[in-house]
Every structure is written in C-alpha cells, then in structure tokens.
Design a protein. Structure first.
Length: 464
C-alpha cells in the first residue's frame, strides 16, 4: 500500500507537492585563478574505501561533492582545514587541465541546529542564516574556491523526497511508526567505505545521531530516511506525510541532482566516513542501481585543541572569525593550515600562527625583490608535491627553499625589500620565454597564489 501510494503521489508535479517557496542559497565570491606556464600533474589522493593513494583520473570535468556545515558554531579551524583540502584538490585538478564541478551542501535543518536554537532562544532559521553568513565571510577571507552549487537542505527537500520515493519503490525502505527507514540489507556494499566491524559501527551510530536501539527497526544500523513531524519541529509536506529528511539521504539526493551518476570525490572530515558517507553512498547506489557512488572517498584529518579534537560538544573551538577580529592576516592563517597533511591529525597552538606570520613576511620580502633564482624548478616542485596526495607541507617547504635562496642572494631579510610592484622581464624556463609572467619573483607570487591560494601582495594598512 505504501509503495502504491508513493508511486501515485510521485506523479504530481513538485510545485503541487511542496506548497512552500524554496530560495536558492548563494555561495561566496570565488578568488580568481590565474594561469601558469605548462600543466600540472594528475592528482593522486588517498581513498578511504581502498586504503590506498590512487590516481583520481576524472574525465574532462571532475565532479566533487563535499559535505558542508551544520550552521551553528561556524567557522572553527577544523572546518577551515577540511575545506582547505578540497580547495587544494580543485586547484590541482584545474592546473592539470580539468574543469571542476564542485558542490557543497549546508545542513540547514537538523537536530543539532534545532537544539542549539532552542537553547539560545533563537528561531532556527535566523540562527542558520547568521552562521551561514559568517561561514561565507570566513571562506572569502581564507580565499577558498567557492562551490558551483551551494545547496541548503531546505531548498533540496523536493529532490530528497523524490529519492526516498525511489527507495520505497525498490523495496529498500520501510516504516517504523510514521518514520521511514532505509534497509541496509538492500545495499550489498554497505561497510566497504569505512571498513569497521559491526560492533564499531553500532557504537559510532549511537554517538553520531543514529538510533540503533529503536524498537521496530529491521537492523539496528538502518538509517532514518524521513522523520515524521513532531510538535515544535519544522516540517514539509511529502507523499509519506509531513516531516523532514534524515541526515544521510540529503547528500545522496543533492549530489545526484547536481552531479549526475558516479562522482569523482565524496569528501568531508574523517568523522563523516561512518555513518554519513557509508549511508549516503548506500542510498545513492540502491536508488540508481549503480555502483560506486564515488570513485574516491576522501577524508580530512581532525584538528585538536588542548589535547582533544575540536568539537562543538566539548566547546574547545578556535574560530576563524575571532582570529580575524584580532587582526590576524587571513593569508597567514591559511599558511598555518597548509603546513599540515590532510591525512594526519594535528594540534593547533598559537605558536603555529606565529611561525606562519614569520614565514609570510619572508615570502613577501622575497617576491618583492626585482630578481631571484629560477622559478620554473619551484613551479615543477610545487606541482609535484601537491599532485602527490595534496602534500601541502612539501609544497610549502619547496617555497621556503626558494625564498631562502632569494633572500640570501639579495643579502636581504624579512624586514626589508625592494618595490613589490616591480614585475621585471620574462621568465626563462624549459619552455623558453614566458613574457606574461615577469621575472622569477613575479612567477613565484603567481604560483603561490594559484596553487596554494596564498596572496603575497603586501598587506595595506586600513584606510590607506
């Protein structure tokens, strides 16, 4: 009966099923990407599902889907480090000649957001809007490449409902009271992303929003697809009654709608590998009848503070906005983040920022020189390091070496340098003259901007 009802109602046009206005969310302005001599190397990146570093090998257009924030407590440094990973991936792919279609979602309705709004006496929509605006400002300041589609869950509810209907029709969904659940028994590849034991899955599921002990579920690990309306909670009309989506189906539907079939990367923090990415991949694969959902599952390591992973529940967070308000140069903050591998957990300390400021001063002094060591070798080295599993620390070290040589040749220091607007003549490299890029310091400034996203233009005093 449920399946037949859904088939009938799914024939109705979306506008008749959703008597609400869904506003398209806007991303932040993307920084320009300037061209460089030659082409970069193919990206090799660690894939969680195969536990190996693999060449991504996308088609002409690489398709990336990255899970975005739940908009409260934005933007902490763990967020910033995560989105830096996929910013770098885009830069490497573009430099290698690919187009990139990048989609990021915003979980702008979910239990943690509603709980925080209730705690603070705020309307949940106002809280989400405030935090999304702050996130956009932080991403702009850090010069993160913006997604082509920045999609809120609320605006995506029609496409989410359509995917739930498909899962019901495929016999992959069932009711518990008025809620709908996905049966993992219909997903033969379930577990192949995270490689966890069942006991580990059950423990993590209970910690991260699951309800493994709910009576009536076919399997304790079965995830929620549609949560029926509860008093005091937002809800939307659907063929299976008013309610709102479960967490994992949101990304399945948004990724398919905007990116189509098999995507190249599904990305996020390591804490999303299970249950979120495992479940969202299962939903997408069963709905489409196609495996895999993504060719690579890429996960960014955790950032700690005071000996513990930065987390909203613990409250040990360092915020990008607070550092910006304190006068920290966002370029130096980005440089501090770049000094860590995306696959390795690390701890934030104020000393890391001090080191990054010192490094930034040296880099800016070096690129302000009228001449310097040949930069084509540096360009090749930075490309090599970034193509090797986004080895940003290796790329930073290569720039450090060039900067040290340039300052030594000039007899200069980080405190002084020639006119930073001097561009000089053509670069000479393996490809001969490249007049558009000026002498070596100008090429270094350009490659650091294009590949690492760090602006080496001198910081101008406010009001100047």
């Amino acid at each position: 009966m449920l399946s037949a009802t859904l088939r009938l109602l799914s024939l109705c046009p979306p506008e008749s099923r959703f008597a609400v206005t869904l506003t398209r969310m806007q991303a932040w302005p993307s920084p320009p990407i300037r061209s460089l001599p030659g082409h970069g190397k193919p990206l090799r990146i660690f894939d969680t599902a195969t536990s190996s570093v693999r060449e991504l090998a996308p088609a002409v257009t690489a398709r990336l889907y990255v899970c975005g924030i739940t908009p409260y407590d934005a933007t902490h440094l763990g967020h910033a480090f995560t989105y830096l990973t996929y910013d770098l991936a885009q830069r490497v792919l573009r430099d290698a000649g690919h187009h990139v279609h990048y989609v990021q979602n915003v979980t702008d309705v979910d239990d943690p957001l509603l709980e925080r709004a209730t705690r603070d006496g705020l309307d949940w929509r106002a809280l989400a809007d405030r935090e999304i605006d702050l996130f956009r400002e932080d991403m702009t300041a850090l010069r993160m490449l913006a997604p082509d589609a920045y999609v809120g869950v609320v605006e995506a509810i029609p496409m989410i409902v359509d995917m739930v209907v498909e899962l019901v029709d495929r016999g992959a969904a069932y009711q518990v009271d008025d809620d709908l659940y996905f049966s993992i028994a219909t997903a033969p590849a379930f577990g192949e992303i995270s490689h966890l034991s069942r006991a580990e899955m059950l423990a993590i599921c209970a910690e991260r929003g699951g309800d493994p002990r709910r009576t009536g579920k076919k399997d304790p690990l079965d995830p929620l697809l549609w949560r029926a309306h509860r008093p005091g909670e937002p809800s939307w009309p659907s063929p299976f009654g008013p309610g709102r989506p479960g967490w994992h189906i949101e990304c399945s539907a948004i990724a398919r709608h905007y990116l189509g079939g098999v995507i190249d990367i599904q990305g996020g923090g390591t804490d999303l590998s299970f249950p979120h990415h495992e479940c969202s991949a299962a939903h997408a694969e069963v709905a489409a009848g196609i495996r895999p959902f993504a060719r690579s599952y890429v996960h960014t390591a955790m950032v700690s503070l005071d000996g513990h992973k930065m987390s909203k529940s613990r409250g040990n967070l360092e915020f990008v906005s607070r550092l910006r308000r304190a006068g920290v140069d966002p370029a130096a903050l980005r440089l501090a983040l770049l000094d860590h591998r995306h696959t390795e957990d690390w701890e934030w300390t104020p000393g890391l920022l001090d080191d990054a400021v010192d490094r930034m001063n040296r880099w800016r002094a070096a690129v302000a020189l009228p001449t310097g060591p040949d930069a084509m070798g540096l360009l090749a080295a930075v490309r090599e390091r970034l193509a090797d599993d986004l080895d940003a620390p290796g790329a930073v070290a290569a720039v450090d070496a060039w900067v040290g040589a340039a300052l030594a040749d000039a007899g200069g220091s980080a405190g002084a340098g020639p006119d930073p607007t001097h561009q000089g003549g053509p670069v000479r490299g393996s490809g001969g003259d490249v007049p558009a890029w000026g002498e070596a310091p100008a090429l270094v400034r350009r490659l650091v901007d294009t590949l690492l996203g760090v602006d080496l233009e001198p910081v101008r005093p406010r009001g100047s």
